[in-house]
Design a protein. Structure first.
Lengths: 496, 1095
């Protein structure tokens, strides 16, 4: 954007100094047609060999997970390692972990949209898809962890023949409502955003089947002014609805713990701390998926998902990671300040381990390192822009956020009030493979998404290109020299 | 209505007449022969198969007839009424209660049995019997499961081939016909105090004058022999603990369940019930080699190896002898002067301990008692009698009773007779000598040399067949359970008790009396007639026999039938001569160990090894299930290098070599055990046993300690060597953590008697009066404020006038765990198997927590406290708010109730329970094979794919279930209900009595109680209506000692604990360290104490 100095004497319009110019959101001055071509082509060509290999692996893993779920449902929760002090373990750990991951997408789509963060456009589609798949994985766990899965419908607010309603005082019920609302709204939001792109794909489709299917889901999109007006309003409204949900869903999940009386769970700091942690973990997972996709398999995306995007997301990881770190310290302080011996035991002995009595302190220290220490490297710009470093930190964060939930759930349960009922928890193979299986489900769904739907919201990206802005002449010129964007790989250049 | 009502047939008159006519009939041999033919027919269907529905109904009908008091004993076609016809006094769905008693080593245990539609389901103590007053033992409680044990012996076996009772009777007649003067006939029986058995023995001896009669109890001790020396033939000595102010127990676990000793436990605990009105309390000194429940109740406890109990007593005898100028004591003690029983470092401490406790005993002459374990050698026990005599306790705290049992051979004498080839026919009635006879007798080989061996056995066990299945006896006869047969007994207090059948023998078994009556010349089946004859002899036949008999059966015992105590006079010179001959127990050589063989607290000598409830019951001290282990002190473990363990509860193993025998067993560290003294519980490692006793596939249940046990050293052996063995062993320990972690003041509050007396006298409202309520967290917490006042619960106009509550007196609770078995029987709680216990998935609704505590991490000699914990029925129940489906809710009478049908199994309630008393059905434990899992095979047992796995439970086990309690399926949460089925029954009864009112009438105070409170041998648990000022519970909870757990959480529990009071002697060297659980100021000062090998 240029700036006109209001100096009538000179009457000279100055170019914005190079340093202050906005970095273009689409690198290498790609035009609208290029965007359409290169994003749509991912869905249109035959599936590449690597896709088949990846899909075979992930779907096998998913099937192992589904087998474990079937085995567990058929035999009982006893096939897991849970026991009497530890009534929850990997099941709820995994649930909170996946739900947390499911936060980034809607945050990027809705909150950044409302905040007019235009850089969100190239990543929001994939992030939202990731959200949905993460919520699907998350929803598996509360579903299957109950003892009698076939009666899980008792959670629905349907009074049965005896007129019994669910217990509206139970945070677990709030969870059901929060997660299902979140999933529904996220699906609507994602699908609404997809409609213009589905129209594009329909128009480009060669096969009758593709034309037919994309045509159905494009809902007769013709790109008319009237359509655009309705579309944009709907998108805005859904963004408005989604925004509080981003904050509410993980707050409600945290109530599962905060509303209990167990030392280590009963903590008022949980809602903001869980939301920050969810965004933290969610962004890490977005990067974990996008970096390989952009770097290894779809180099054309490098012009859309630029290093600047990565840099921005790394900053968010740094911020939320620090909030999480602050919350960890606060928990310790409050435990100390309360003078409550049970609280003190949970935090200083069972977790922090100031003596021999902690059984799971290794998990606590893993969590501390991954979530608090490792993101601190993002204070350095080189680190935020070095994709390898970013990827490694994101992997740490993924691990760390899983351990955070494990620490909260298992260490608090294993050693609570009465020492006589303390016990150890060890996962069983069924539990481990169920968790691994959800990664298979998640990645399989994501691979299908990459294959059949545009990974980048073409219509939205186009809106943020200079061409879309009637007042944008001149902006972006000459920037390339100062901010060289990453060069596409040689092989890619040759083939295109 | 007192306790549970006995419903008896209203029309006893007609039955009485009926009986008389048949009584005449029965004497005719034709009638007997007719019976002979009649009976196997009905029972034949049971042979070799499960009980079918059809014959189950017949059976119920039969037992209905049997159940009628006046009809009792009449196993006649005439009284076999099909259940469909109904019996006048039977109300379908209502329990009928019958009095009986359980034969046991120390004396019969008076019982009342609940039967539903003809099947016994629950055993209780007889509330009208003065010595036990409704209490019962874990073995009486679990006997109901033994009755329905699907692995019971079902067939008459001739050399392993299926036969029948007719063939057996014929063979028996042949054996007896060639018996001559009986010199070739020998009987090997267990002790059971049945006068009828004694009478039949006498009849048999009349027929076969040279018959050998041997009584063998592997863990019975030798106290009878000793008291014969000390006080004369036929005299048994029984302590009167309610009269003792000071008790010194030396290697004597008199509070543990040793079969029929409940009266002693009750006498002891009656002196521990301190209250503001009566705060006098006895003082207990315990000298033992490892923690026992008796040691846990001690006010002062000294660790001494079992082999040095004599040396300790000699020191005590010297101190008392010097003070009383009794030279006899000094003479007896002299023999021990060469012993240096105590390590040098402890010597001064022990000397001090001895002299101070001796002066305490002397200060209560005639009101003290020294109890010496009946496992100790005769010389040691005689020292104890001598001390009691010097203290003037004879006839006061120790009384004599003349036994009905005539002298019998020991198993060694019988073995010698077999070696001499003089035994031609050996009758083994019960028992299991191949498994539990002293190892040096090589009983299996001996038994094989006898031409005719007849075995009456409850199971086909080691004595009946080898591990490979080769028969070891000529005839194996299935034995009837005591709930299936007629008999009688003498309780430990000397009263005469009845044993009457509740059901026809499920598998056509014979009782001991049946077989003996044939030997004595009678006919089978004999049943009640035999007992009536004894009854007639005892009562002298005066008055209306039938009425007296009916009353006997109705009451279960004859009041005041105990013979008057015999005068006790200590025969000093005989005793001294005997002791001199026996000599002292030599001190153990350095570097060697003593191995103590103890009767197991659950499976006893191995006889209950196939009882799943007992196998899964945690040991009161070690909390070990499904196994035994060598219990060793922490210092010994350290010196052997086996102190390690891991989080899977895997412990190291040791190899013990005693004499020629070796045994490799896992070693469990046992705080408070004497160093270099290894305790090995007997009764495990059975090889020919049912499915439960075999345990989880390829894991087994424990190790056979009998292999180390010889006739010279039946109870402990010195000079054993121990080496660490390879490998770790996984133990099913239900309480991994035994330290209070500084939380004693929060959970297990205690004080000394002096402190209590100050507090109890304080007027209400002063800070001191709230001493016991303001400890730990509750000392600092501001008053709880609720936003929410529970209108339905607290409103004075609530529809329901009741508020159920419970008190648990920590000062009476010994930790015996009878409550756990009673709860399991009452509430249809399944067993889960050893592997699931290792995974912390046991299902007990009530558990008994055992904590060790000491200052400065002292593992050597900590204090012990047991705390039963059940659902606390919080008024602000944390479980209720979190259940998403309203499956756990509050009732108007203040119960936290579970709706199993509504539960989906989120387990959130269990997580939010601060007491962790909720139990989740991780598998379908009732329907699936809990014992079938093979380690390392992922799809076996419970883990077998559900759709291909066999489901269901044996029909006999179904018969045991309480029909008023749901059998839970997998995936639902369960927990203590305060026996809601009993509450409802009481309410319905009250409602029925009140007739024309709409309101819920108030159940009278103390009209009924829960299973755990009913069984408790020490009355530590009391249940009732706290809204009713007349109820015991509301009186007890008002005591100064009453406190509730975690008051600061404002959960407002409905269970009050009564603080433990210790009564230390201020002069004792360890007086200062007592009460380490809490500091007098209410602050904790207990150091973190890792225990049980685990921390």
């Amino acid at each position: 954007m240029s700036q006109v100095l209001d100096d009538p004497a000179s009457e000279v319009t100055l170019e914005t100094p190079v340093d202050l110019r906005r970095i273009p959101l689409v690198a290498n001055k790609r035009d609208l047609h290029w965007i359409t071509e290169h994003v749509s082509r991912i869905c249109e060509g035959p599936a590449p060999f690597w896709w088949w290999v990846c899909f075979l692996i992930t779907s096998i893993v998913a099937c192992i997970g589904l087998f474990c779920i079937g085995y567990q449902i058929s035999n009982g929760v006893g096939t897991w390692g849970e026991n009497h002090p530890a009534g929850w373990a990997w099941d709820i750990t995994n649930f909170v972990f996946w739900i947390g991951i499911g936060h980034a997408g809607t945050l990027i789509s809705a909150i950044l949209f409302l905040c007019r963060q235009k850089w969100r456009t190239s990543i929001n589609r994939a992030a939202e898809a990731m959200t949905l798949f993460a919520v699907v994985c998350a929803a598996i766990f509360p579903g299957i962890h109950v003892g009698r899965v076939w009666y899980a419908w008792f959670l629905a607010p349907v009074p049965n023949a005896n007129g019994i309603w669910p217990n509206f005082r139970s945070p677990l019920l709030w969870d059901v409502f929060a997660v299902s609302t979140y999933f529904t709204v996220s699906v609507l939001f994602w699908y609404t955003g997809l409609v213009p792109d589905l129209g594009t794909l329909r128009d480009r489709a060669k096969s009758r089947a593709a034309k037919y299917l994309y045509g159905i889901f494009a809902l007769g999109w013709r790109g008319s002014n009237r359509h655009w007006r309705h579309y944009e309003l709907a998108y805005l409204i859904l963004a408005g609805i989604s925004t509080p949900l981003v904050l509410s869903v993980h707050s409600v999940v945290s109530f599962d713990f905060a509303a209990s009386i167990l030392p280590g769970w009963h903590t008022t700091i949980f809602p903001p701390y869980f939301v920050a942690g969810a965004i933290f973990g969610g962004f890490a997972m977005v990067l974990t998926i996008l970096l390989p996709a952009r770097y290894l398999v779809y180099p054309q995306l490098r012009d859309l998902v630029t290093v600047d995007h990565v840099d921005k997301m790394a900053k968010i990881i740094l911020l939320t990671g620090s909030i999480v770190g602050y919350a960890y310290m606060m928990e310790l302080f409050v435990a100390y300040y309360s003078g409550n011996k049970f609280e003190c035991f949970t935090f200083f002995h069972a977790r922090f381990n100031t003596d021999h009595s902690g059984w799971y302190q290794w998990a606590y220290w893993w969590m501390m390192f991954c979530n608090v220490v490792s993101p601190q490297i993002f204070w350095f710009k080189w680190a935020r822009r070095n994709l390898i470093v970013v990827f490694i930190v994101c992997m740490f964060v993924n691990v760390g956020m899983w351990f955070e939930r494990f620490v909260i759930i298992v260490t608090s349960l294993a050693q609570d009030f009465l020492p006589s009922s303390w016990g150890h928890y060890f996962p069983s193979w069924v539990e481990v493979w169920t968790f691994v299986g959800t990664f298979g489900i998640f990645l399989s769904l994501f691979l299908l998404f990459m294959r059949f739907l545009p990974m980048v919201a073409m219509s939205e990206v186009k809106i943020v290109t200079p061409e879309a802005d009637p007042h944008a002449h001149g902006s972006g010129v000459g920037i390339d020299a100062h901010h060289p964007v990453e060069a596409a790989s040689d092989s890619y250049k040759q083939s295109h | 209505m007192s306790k549970r009502v006995f419903h008896h047939p209203p029309e006893a008159q007609s039955g009485r007449k009926y009986w008389r006519s048949l009584g005449q009939l029965e004497k005719t041999p034709e009638f007997n022969r007719w019976l002979e033919k009649e009976f196997p027919q009905g029972a034949a269907e049971f042979q070799g198969g499960e009980v079918s529905r059809r014959n189950f109904l017949q059976l119920m009908g039969a037992s209905m007839a049997l159940a009628g008091l006046s009809f009792a004993s009449c196993r006649r076609q005439l009284n076999l009424v099909p259940f469909t016809k109904g019996v006048e006094w039977s109300i379908p769905g209502k329990a009928l209660f019958y009095a009986t008693s359980m034969p046991a080593r120390r004396g019969a245990e008076p019982l009342v049995v609940a039967t539903y539609d003809g099947r016994p389901t629950k055993i209780e103590g007889n509330p009208t019997h003065p010595a036990t007053a409704g209490a019962s033992s874990i073995w009486a409680q679990s006997a109901i499961l033994d009755l329905y044990d699907p692995d019971r012996s079902r067939d008459f076996l001739n050399k392993g081939q299926k036969s029948d009772s007719l063939k057996f009777t014929k063979a028996l007649d042949e054996i007896l016909a060639s018996g001559g003067d009986g010199s070739g006939i020998a009987f090997l029986v267990e002790r059971n105090h049945s006068p009828t058995r004694e009478r039949l023995r006498a009849l048999a001896e009349k027929k076969f004058p040279k018959l050998s009669w041997c009584v063998y109890e592997p863990t019975g001790g030798i106290s009878d022999e000793v008291s014969r020396v000390a006080f004369g033939d036929g005299i048994l000595v029984t302590p009167q603990l309610d009269k003792a102010d000071v008790i010194m127990a030396v290697d004597c676990d008199f509070l543990s369940n040793s079969g029929g000793n409940l009266d002693q436990i009750r006498q002891f605990s009656s002196r521990r019930k301190v209250s503001a009105t009566d705060s006098k309390m006895n003082r207990l000194y315990v000298v033992e080699n490892r923690y026992t429940v008796t040691g846990g109740m001690a006010d002062h406890r000294l660790r001494v190896p079992a082999s040095q109990a004599g040396a300790f007593l000699a020191a005590l005898a010297n101190a008392i002898g010097a003070a009383t100028k009794n030279s006899e004591l000094a003479d007896l003690a002299k023999a021990w002067s060469a012993n240096t029983p105590f390590a040098d470092g402890d010597k001064k401490y022990v000397e001090n301990w001895v002299s101070v406790s001796a002066s305490d005993l002397l200060a209560s002459k005639g009101k003290s008692v020294v109890l010496v374990g009946d496992r100790q050698p005769a010389a040691v026990q005689l020292l104890g009698h001598a001390i009691n005599s010097a203290l003037g306790n004879l006839g006061k705290t120790l009384i004599g009773r003349r036994t009905i049992e005539k002298p019998a051979l020991t198993i060694e004498q019988l073995a010698a007779a077999i070696d001499a080839k003089s035994v031609k026919a050996l009758f083994i009635l019960g028992g299991n000598p191949v498994y539990n006879a002293p190892a040096d007798l090589k009983w299996a080989e001996k038994q094989a040399t006898v031409p005719h061996v007849v075995r009456l056995g409850y199971h086909e066990d080691e004595t009946s067949k080898s591990e490979q299945g080769t028969p070891r006896v000529e005839w194996h006869v299935p034995m009837a359970h005591f709930l299936e047969a007629w008999s009688d007994g003498v309780a430990n207090d000397g009263s005469y008790t009845s044993v009457q059948p509740m059901i026809l023998p499920l598998f056509d078994g014979w009782s001991e009396l049946d077989l003996l009556s044939i030997v004595a010349g009678g006919q089978k089946p004999a049943g009640a007639e035999l007992v009536q004859e004894t009854f007639g002899e005892r009562t002298g036949g005066a008055g209306d026999f039938t009425a007296a008999w009916a009353k006997f059966l109705h009451d279960g015992f004859i009041a005041d039938s105990a013979p008057a105590p015999e005068a006790l006079s200590y025969k000093g010179s005989e005793a001294a001569a005997y002791a001199a001959k026996a000599g002292p127990v030599p001190a153990a050589a350095a570097g060697t160990f003593e191995v103590v063989f103890a009767a197991d607290s659950k499976v006893d000598d191995g006889r209950f090894a196939n009882n799943g409830w007992l196998q899964e019951l945690p040991d009161p001290i070690t909390k070990l299930t499904w196994d035994n282990a060598a219990l060793i002190s922490p210092a010994t473990a350290e010196s052997l290098g086996i102190a390690e363990y891991d989080l899977h509860m895997r412990v190291k193993r040791i190899t013990i070599k005693a004499g020629e025998a070796t045994l490799t067993v896992p070693a469990l560290i046992s705080p408070g055990a004497a160093d270099n003294s290894i305790t090995l519980p007997l009764g495990y490692g059975r090889t020919v046993v049912g499915r439960v006793g075999r345990g989880t596939a390829n894991l087994g249940t424990g190790f056979n300690a009998y292999l180390l046990r010889t006739s010279q050293n039946p109870y402990f052996v010195t000079g054993a060597t121990v080496t660490p063995a390879d490998g770790m062993y996984e133990m099913g320990v239900t309480q991994e953590h035994a330290s209070m972690e500084g939380r004693g003041a929060d959970f297990t509050r205690e004080a000394t008697l002096t402190q209590y007396n100050i507090v109890a006298k304080e007027p209400e409202g002063t800070p001191t009066s709230a001493y016991f309520q303001k400890m730990g967290m509750d000392a600092h917490n501001p008053k709880n404020v609720s936003l929410y006042s529970h209108p339905p619960l607290n409103s004075p106009t609530s529809i329901d006038p009741h508020a159920w509550g419970m008190t648990v007196d920590l000062n009476s609770c010994t930790g015996c765990s009878a409550c756990m078995i009673a709860c399991q029987a009452e509430n249809n709680i399944p067993i889960v198997g050893k592997e699931q216990v290792i995974d912390n998935r046991e299902m007990h609704w009530i558990r008994v927590d055992r904590y060790y505590a000491s200052e400065n991490n002292d593992l050597k000699d900590p204090e012990l406290i047991s705390q039963p914990l059940m659902c606390q029925h919080c008024e602000n129940a944390p479980c209720e708010t979190v259940c998403p489906v309203n499956a756990t809710v509050h009732s108007e009478d203040g119960l936290n109730v579970m709706a199993y049908n509504r539960c989906i199994g989120t387990r959130y309630c269990a997580n939010n329970c601060p007491f962790k008393v909720r139990r989740f059905n991780f598998f379908d434990y009732n329907q699936r094979d809990v014992l079938g899992h093979k380690k390392g095979h992922p799809f076996t047992g419970l883990y077998k794919w559900n759709l291909t796995s066999d489901k269901g439970m044996p029909d006999t086990l179904k018969m045991q279930k309480n029909p008023n309690v749901t059998v839970r399926m997998r995936g639902v949460m369960e927990k203590c209900t305060f026996c809601v089925q009993r509450i409802q029954e009481a309410k319905i009864t009250a409602k029925a009595h009140s007739r024309d009112t709409d309101a819920i009438p108030r159940v009278p105070a103390n009209a009924f109680t829960t299973a755990c409170a009913q069984v408790c041998p020490t009355d530590a648990i009391t249940f009732g209506d706290i809204n009713n000022p007349e109820s015991n519970v509301s009186k007890i909870k008002a005591d100064a000692r009453g406190y509730r757990l975690l008051e600061y959480l404002n959960v407002s529990t409905r269970v009050w604990y009564l603080a433990r009071i210790r009564n230390p002697n201020p002069q004792m060297p360890d007086a200062g360290k007592l009460g380490a659980f809490i500091h007098p100021a209410g602050e904790t000062n207990e150091a973190a104490t890792p225990t049980g090998g685990h921390s």
